[in-house]
Design a protein. Structure first.
Ligand code: PMP
Length: 404
């Protein structure tokens, strides 16, 4: 008779998985499910439908049986479109004859690109520099690969400046993560911050990773330093604002389609940067995600022709509703983009953000306490990607809570 042993999950599960808590955001979502008709200001995704041209292109691809694997690096049509877009937007030269050849690949979401980067670059003992507050997966990118996240506080103005980063760079630093417009603050890095940070990374031989998932979601007043004649109203990118010397080995740009076009579930993003790095990331994709979802890629091909200005303007008005409702009861760094505000719990309340979160729950309101995105618990994030009615209801509750 053979012996059977109950599976010991403590033995089975790797430290890597066991040591990570489920995302704090997921916990808020679960709490939300237990509330009856909550006012939900916790959701980090757009509340508008995917534009028809994009939907139809994806549906056509399914109907026309274009459902198989694609090339790992993406369907050639989309890869070319992305390179053309970046050549125009950043001035990058994707030709093989360029002094430092660049490449772009389609990834399974922006998170997918971040994972490929971590897989391709990090090993035990390495370090990455992560802004605090951060998008929730940034510190884990390091931890999951045995590397160390070095946290760079950006309080109180939420700017990842060269002065703040410089003392944290060591021999082990592999890359610095910049996110603009940012999650959870909505803060847009100004051009000088981008240029200085890139110069610093360049001088120390460190890669600058620019997570630009909200780049198209920059408000008309989001730029602190637009060109005087208003000719360049694009969101500053380190790769664009580096004095023209951009085809270097120093920047990896990561962008996505999910937030801009409301298709977060399609898992679509892209990464672009120096060819030797892109080749390693593509190889990692081959052995993990294989390729980004095929129908989504055909849909995304139409995205570059869709004008989202009206949607972004509507979100700017929602941002103004937040500032109007709460600006005189607490401190808020004015969001220049994305759809988040990171709001300080007034000191006179003598409360942490988690404690304010509990009070908000009692009023049927969901937001996200800052300790989900930060080593501090002094602020909380609301998402204004919701109907004006819902937002107004939520802001009334928050105003009452914070008046004290
Ligand atoms: N980066 C940032 C800053 C984000 O806020 C998000 C999504 N919340 C991502 C990356 C991941 O996006 P995706 O859905 O494309 O993986």
């Amino acid at each position: 008779m053979t012996h059977t042993h109950a599976l010991n999950f403590d033995r089975l599960v790797a430290h890597r998985a066991a040591s990570v808590n489920a995302s704090g955001i997921r916990r808020v979502f679960e709490l939300g499910r237990s509330l009856k008709d909550p006012i939900n200001l916790s959701i980090g995704q757009p509340d508008f439908p995917v534009p028809d041209a994009i939907k139809n292109a994806a549906i056509d691809a399914i109907r026309e049986d274009r459902n198989g694997y694609t090339l790992t690096q993406g369907i050639p049509e989309l890869q070319t479109r992305i390179k053309d877009h970046l050549a125009h937007d950043l001035g990058w030269d994707f030709s093989d004859s360029a002094a430092n050849p660049m490449d772009a690949i389609v990834t399974s979401g922006t998170s997918g690109a971040l994972f490929l980067l971590a897989m391709a670059t990090l090993q035990a003992g390495d370090e990455i520099i992560v802004p605090d507050p951060y998008f929730v997966i940034y510190p884990h990118l390091a931890g999951l690969f045995g590397a160390k996240p070095v946290i760079c506080s950006t309080y109180p103005d939420f700017r990842l400046t060269a002065e703040r980063v410089e003392p944290l760079i060591t021999e082990r630093t592999k890359f610095v993560l910049l996110n603009s417009p940012s999650n959870p603050c909505g803060v847009v890095a100004d051009k000088k911050t981008c240029t200085d940070l890139l110069e610093l990374c360049r001088s120390r031989g460190v890669l600058l990773v620019s997570d630009e998932i909200y780049d198209e979601f920059t408000f008309s007043d989001g730029l602190t330093d637009p060109t005087p004649d208003g000719t360049d109203m694009r969101c500053p990118s380190p790769s664009r604002n580096s004095g023209g010397n951009t085809n270097g080995q120093d920047t990896l740009v990561i962008r996505g389609f999910g937030k801009t076009y409301g298709c977060t579930g399609w898992r679509l993003g892209y990464a672009a940067g120096p060819k030797p790095l892109m080749m390693q990331m593509a190889k990692m994709q081959q052995y993990s995600f294989v390729c980004a979802p095929s129908m989504g890629q055909w849909g995304a091909l139409k995205a570059f022709d869709v004008d989202m200005h009206d949607t972004v303007s509507a979100y700017q008005k929602k941002r103004d509703m937040v500032l109007d409702a709460l600006g005189d009861v607490t401190e808020i760094s004015k969001p220049g983009g994305a759809f988040y505000a990171f709001i300080k719990v007034p000191e006179r309340l003598g409360m942490t953000a988690s404690q304010l979160f509990e009070k908000a729950i009692e009023k049927n309101l969901l937001m996200i306490p800052g300790n989900v995105f930060s080593t501090c618990d002094t602020h909380f994030r609301i998402s204004f990607a919701t109907s004006n009615e819902n937002l107004a209801r939520g802001l009334d509750v928050l105003r009452d809570l914070m008046k004290g």
